[in-house]
Design a protein around this ligand. Structure first.
Ligand SMILES: Cc1ncc(COP(=O)(O)OP(=O)(O)O)c(N)n1
Ligand SMILES: Cc1ncsc1CCOP(=O)(O)O
Ligand SMILES: [Mg+2]
Length: 220
């Protein structure tokens, strides 16, 4: 995949905002997010038809702005709504299995917290690796211990040029440091979903990202 798609990777579910999630998503799209992941889990998460309808509306909005629509964890939902890809973690369906039942041209993302997981994700054919949590996060209850910028740099040193996105507790002020540590981009939930002005915040993330060439781009 083009690593520039990871520049500003926004993730959100209906419980990551007090507002209408579709309005927050469209604000973020207007601001210039480059990739979106629908992550509907945790307290008061939607289920069944309501979840599917929200996914369909979110996909429609993403495509209006030419942004790929990824679904977290739920491969069957992703197939049902014809998403553009899926993201799975270490406790989810293994990549090698889900690749057998998903379109080949999908974007496949895998989470990694350490070097061994990242190396395996690369071997299994992930299109990108979501590395983290980098910093402490309030958003994911079962998040592992933060690995810091050093953890990210160490993972980058063993995975070569595969696209890598940093995740977990990331704010605007971290972007340059994370790029220097080897990230092609940043993945955020609360920094945009809880921002007073999601459009302006997304716009700033995009400007910061464009200021520095990504690691993978330099390797090409
Ligand atoms: C881009 C990105 N990176 C990491 C994750 C975390 O995935 P996972 O460890 O499976 O945890 P949940 O998000 O499923 O709670 C992610 N979703 N996206
Ligand atoms: C899904 C996920 N995976 C690792 S940390 C995290 C939550 C990121 O949310 P925030 O950007 O609000 O810290
Ligand atoms: Mg998961």
């Amino acid at each position: 995949m083009n690593p520039e798609l990871l520049q500003v990777y926004f993730i959100m579910g209906s419980n990551n905002t007090q507002r209408d999630p579709l309005i927050v998503l469209e604000d973020a799209l207007i601001g210039g997010i480059t990739l979106f992941q629908f992550r509907e889990k945790g307290k008061e998460a939607l289920t069944g038809k309501n979840k599917r309808n929200l996914a369909i509306e979110m996909k429609r909005l993403c495509h209006k702005y030419n942004v790929p629509f990824i679904i977290n964890d739920e491969v069957d939902l992703a197939l049902e709504v014809e998403a553009d890809g899926v993201h799975v973690g270490q406790d989810d369906e293994p990549l090698v299995d889900l690749k057998k039942r998903c379109p080949q041209d999908w974007i496949f993302g895998v989470s990694a917290t350490n070097e061994a997981e990242a190396y395996q994700a690369m071997q299994d054919g992930a299109d990108y690796i979501g590395v983290g949590p980098i910093y402490g996060t309030q958003t994911k209850e079962d998040a592992k211990q933060p690995i810091g910028e050093e953890g990210l740099a160490s993972i980058r040193s063993i995975v070569g040029g595969i696209p890598v996105v940093a995740i977990g507790g990331i704010k605007l002020s971290h972007v340059f440091r994370l790029r220097r540590a080897g990230a092609d981009g940043v993945s955020v939930i609360s920094a945009i979903s809880l921002a007073e002005k999601p459009t302006e915040t997304a716009e700033l993330f995009r400007k910061y990202a464009e200021f520095m060439p990504s690691y993978s781009k330099c390797m090409q």
